[in-house]
Design a protein around this ligand. Structure first.
Ligand code: HEM
Length: 455
């Protein structure tokens, strides 16, 4: 394995993060204070600490992975982390508490090596190459259907229709179902189980809150919605197993039923259920947020919007791609990813203990001035004639856990924007650019990208 991260047994530690030696620099404030600061605004927290301590700094954050964090803003060090032996880095175990109540114990998001690598190999093919092109028509159709219902002259948060479009797209791609009957029931059950009420978010993060609080029945309603989703999913899986045209069907469920592990075993019903829910969860809100930020940034840069309209009308996709890359750079939906060390390692001249959580700080990499001059500005031109560097542009994370839906998401954003721009005249509904608001681990436009459609 070509990595400069080396297990401690091979290279004795020079500096130690938590036990003796010179620690990784970082705030000495109590953990609860750092956590509160981080939750209030992850991006300000990251920027301030980087200014004070440099490209690698420590932090104590309660409730996030192991809490003993080492944040990394240097692409070279992040490359080392992403290229390291997957057995040395876990992400699944730390995500288990939050994800398992809905994604289940077999979700790709909660697995670690070796099971993680095995299942990833099964999930990747339906989301790549030729398969992707088959979904473009579905995306265009869902966008047109939604645009036809947008009000004229009345403000609305763009995030709402975007979330509807991306949910329908991922449901149709995953199941290959048409509207009506089981599709509608499943869609409703999914919306009910992910509506993100505060009480549910709290319960997902802190198991002690997984109960009804007095007269508030949010948690049992959540459990009932998950049970409804499961019943519908298992019924669909059972029906699909009986289909005799699985080989011809372009949907992800049919492909996963046919997929085999290296040892020849197929996925069980429970495994299928968990991976389907994972794709639906991971694939819809994220893309809707990426699209909402893109629209919000376009509203604030009328010259870019005009140039984009003209290029889309001329059938050119180069500028459109640059706009999408730049939007995901300046407003990454997920501002950091994390890996928990299973063994001590050397990184950037420090020896980090097992149990430390290494955090590639996506937001900080995207704001490096030497890579992106005037990095806080939205300037799609910087991506014209230039592909983003693998470790310099990280909206989809990296390494063996890089988002498996990245190609799908980029294609979806491209088609949605093309269709929307071709059919609508949109303006921002407020004078000021929208601030960033944290929603679980994602950063969303604070007011949902308020929009007015003109005739
Ligand atoms: C703009 C849209 C999206 C963004 C910004 C995004 C971002 C991410 C990020 C940052 C990760 C973690 C990567 C890491 O830890 O290194 C991730 C993982 C993942 N994403 Fe996405 N994602 C998007 C869309 C999608 C879509 C459309 C799908 C499914 C079709 C999807 C499925 C997944 C899955 C299953 C994982 C877990 C991968 C693993 O653990 O191996 N995502 N995504």
């Amino acid at each position: 394995m070509s990595t400069t991260i080396t297990p401690d047994a091979l290279t004795p530690p020079r500096l130690v993060v938590t036990t003796g030696g010179r620690p990784v620099p970082g705030s000495r404030a109590p953990g609860w204070l750092q956590t509160a600061d981080f939750l209030r605004s992850p991006t300000s927290f990251l920027e301030r600490n980087r200014r004070r301590y440099g490209d690698i700094f420590s932090a104590k954050l309660h409730g996030l992975a192991t809490g003993r964090m080492v944040m990394v803003a240097d692409p070279k060090l992040i490359e080392e982390v992403f290229k390291a032996d997957p057995y040395m880095l876990k992400a699944g175990e730390a995500a288990y508490t939050t994800i398992a109540p809905i994604g289940g114990p077999n979700s790709l998001l909660v697995l670690d090596a070796p099971e993680h690598l095995e299942d990833r190999r099964l999930l990747l093919p339906p989301l790549h190459g030729e398969r992707l092109r088959a979904y473009a028509d579905v995306i265009a159709e869902e966008t047109d259907r939604s645009v036809a219902t947008w009000p004229i002259g009345k403000p609305f948060p763009m995030r709402r229709p975007m979330a509807d479009i991306t949910l329908d797209v991922i449901m149709r791609a995953v199941f290959g179902l048409e509207r009506g009957g089981r599709y509608d029931a499943l869609r409703q059950a999914l919306v009910d189980s992910t509506s993100g009420e505060t009480a549910i978010s709290l319960g997902l993060m802190v198991p002690a809150f997984r109960r009804d609080l007095g007269p508030f029945r949010a948690w049992s309603e959540f459990e009932a919605a998950v049970a409804r989703t499961d019943a519908l999913l298992y019924a669909e899986i059972a029906d699909r197993r009986k289909a005799d045209d699985l080989e011809q069907r372009p949907d992800i469920l049919s492909m996963l039923i046919l997929a085999r592990r290296k040892n020849g075993t197929p996925m069980t019903d429970h495994e299928l259920r968990d991976e389907l829910v994972t794709l639906l969860l991971a694939g819809h809100e994220t893309t809707a947020t990426g699209l909402s930020w893109t629209m919000e940034l376009l509203y604030r840069h009328p010259a870019v919007l005009a140039k984009l309209r003209a290029s889309v009308a001329a059938g050119d996709e180069e500028y459109l791609d640059a706009v999408i890359h730049e939007a995901l750079r300046v407003r990454p939906v997920i501002p950091f990813v994390f890996r928990v060390l299973t063994r001590p390692i050397q990184l950037g001249g420090y020896a980090l203990d097992a149990g430390v959580t290494v955090v590639p700080a996506v937001h900080l990499v995207h704001r490096r001035e030497e890579l992106y001059p005037q990095s806080a500005e939205f300037r799609p031109e910087r991506f014209l004639g230039r592909s983003p560097g693998t470790y310099e542009w990280l909206p989809f994370g990296g390494g063996t856990r890089r988002c498996i839906g990245a190609s799908f998401a980029l294609m979806e954003m491209r088609v949605v924007l093309q269709r929307v721009l071709a059919q609508t005249m949109l303006e921002p509904a407020g004078k000021r650019p929208e601030k960033t608001r944290r929603r679980a681990f994602t950063l969303v436009p604070a007011r949902g990208a308020m929009t007015i459609r003109r005739r």
